[in-house]
Design a protein around this ligand. Structure first.
Ligand SMILES: NC(=O)c1ccc[n+]([C@@H]2O[C@H](COP(=O)([O-])OP(=O)(O)OC[C@H]3O[C@@H](n4cnc5c(N)ncnc54)[C@H](O)[C@@H]3O)[C@@H](O)[C@H]2O)c1
Length: 324
C-alpha cells in the first residue's frame, strides 16, 4: 500500500475530478489540482464544483492546461520543492463520445498528448505512481460482461481511440521507467453535478421542463451505471495500491439497465411523464455495457456501494436544489 500525503490531480473542476478531490481532502491528503475550465459545457458548473474544494487549506487550484508542458512543469517545480507528490491522478480529458467526431484533434491533443506530458513529468520528478482515467468505450465489439483481459482493438470513436493511445503510452512508461500505473476504466458515471452532455443529466432536465427527450436509438440500449462517489473511492484505491501496470474496471457490475428503464425511474422520482422523441441510433455509441468488476474487488477490495435507485434519487435531488 502506498501512503498518500500529497497528489497532483488533473480535471479537478470536472464531474469525477471534483468528487475525487473532495474524497482526498476528507482523508487529509493535500491536493494540487489543475483544470483548464474549458467551455465544452457551461464553466459555471465547474466553478460551482470548485466552491467546496477551495474552502480547504489542503487544496491548491491552478487554471492550467495539461497540454502545456512548461506550465505544468512550473507547477511541479513550485510544489516539489516543499513535499514531493506521491502520485499523479489524470482525470482531465475531453470526454464526450459524440463531440469527438466533430473535433477529433482536441481529443488526441488533450487525452493522448496531455497524458504524455504528465508521464514525462512523472519521470522527470521521480513520482512513482500514475493513475489514468480510461473508459468502457474501449470494449466496443467485445463479449459481455467486459473483462480487462479482452483485446480492445476496435475503438469506434476518436474519443475511445485517444484513450487507447493514453493507455498504451502509460504502459511504455511503466515498462521503461518502472512507473506504477493503474488504468481505471469507468462505466457510465452518474450523480449530482454530473456532465450536462450525458444522457441522464439531459433526461432529468427535459422531464422537469416537460420538453421532449431526444433519445438516440430505440431506448433498449443499456448501460452499467456507476455512482460518482463509488468511482471516486475506486480511483483513490487504485492509486494507493501498487499494481505494476494494471487495467481495472470500475463499474456498477449489476445487470445493465436500459435507457427506457432509466426514464421510467426518473418519471417516478420527478413526478412527471416523459415525452420521448426517438432519433436514429448514433454510430459512435455502444449498444450495451456491463463491467466484470472481479479484478477491482480482488486487487483493490473495491465494490460499488450505492444502488442505482439511491444514486438516482440523490441526482434528481441535486437538480431540484441547483439550476445551473
Ligand atoms: N463520466 C463518465 O461516465 C466517464 C466514463 C468513462 C471515462 N470517463 C473519464 O473520466 C474522466 C473525468 O470525466 P468527467 O465525466 O468528470 O468529465 P468532465 O468533462 O466533467 O471533467 C474533465 C475535466 O477536465 C478538464 N480538462 C479538459 N481538457 C483539459 C486540459 N487540456 N487541461 C486541463 N484540464 C482539462 C475539463 O475542463 C473538465 O473539468 C475523463 O478522463 C473521462 O474520459 C468518464
Amino acid at each position: 500500500m502506498r501512503t498518500l500525503k500529497k497528489v497532483f490531480l488533473t480535471g479537478a473542476a470536472g464531474f469525477i475530478g471534483s468528487r475525487t478531490a473532495q474524497f482526498l481532502l476528507d482523508q487529509q491528503i493535500e491536493v494540487v489540482a489543475v483544470d483548464n475550465l474549458n467551455n465544452y459545457y457551461d464553466p459555471k458548473l465547474k466553478e460551482h464544483r470548485l466552491i467546496p474544494l477551495n474552502q480547504s487549506k489542503l487544496f491548491h487550484f491552478y487554471p492550467a492546461d495539461i497540454e502545456n508542458l512548461s506550465q505544468m512543469r512550473e507547477i511541479f517545480q513550485a510544489h516539489q520543492k516543499q513535499t514531493p507528490f506521491d502520485a499523479i491522478i489524470n482525470l482531465a480529458a475531453r470526454a464526450g463520445v459524440r463531440y469527438s467526431m466533430e473535433n477529433p484533434h482536441i481529443y488526441l491533443s488533450t487525452n493522448a498528448q496531455g497524458t504524455l506530458n504528465l508521464l514525462e513529468l512523472a519521470r522527470e520528478f521521480a513520482i512513482g505512481k500514475f493513475t489514468l482515467a480510461s473508459t468502457s468505450s474501449l470494449y466496443a465489439g467485445c463479449q459481455m460482461p467486459f473483462n480487462e483481459e479482452l483485446a480492445v482493438n476496435t475503438p469506434i470513436s476518436p474519443y475511445a481511440a485517444s484513450k487507447k493511445a493514453a493507455e498504451a503510452m502509460c504502459y511504455s512508461y511503466h515498462s521503461l521507467y518502472q512507473l506504477d500505473v493503474s488504468v481505471v476504466r469507468y462505466f457510465t458515471v452518474f450523480g449530482p453535478a454530473g456532465r450536462p452532455d450525458m444522457s441522464l443529466y439531459r433526461f432529468i432536465k427535459w422531464i422537469q421542463a416537460e420538453k421532449a427527450i431526444e433519445l438516440y436509438g430505440d431506448g433498449t440500449q443499456s448501460r452499467d451505471f456507476t455512482f460518482v462517489d463509488d468511482i471516486a473511492r475506486g480511483t483513490i484505491a487504485a492509486t494507493t495500491h501498487d499494481v505494476g501496470y494494471e487495467v481495472i474496471n470500475l463499474g456498477g457490475g449489476r445487470n445493465p439497465v436500459t435507457l427506457l428503464q432509466i426514464i421510467e425511474k426518473l418519471e417516478k422520482l420527478i413526478g412527471k411523464k416523459a415525452i420521448i422523441d426517438f432519433q436514429p441510433a448514433h454510430c459512435a455509441d455502444l449498444k450495451e455495457t456491463w463491467a466484470d468488476i472481479q479484478k477491482a474487488h480482488q486487487l483493490l477490495h473495491w465494490k460499488p456501494e450505492i444502488s442505482l435507485d439511491e444514486g438516482l434519487a440523490k441526482t434528481v435531488q441535486w437538480h431540484r436544489d441547483f439550476d445551473l
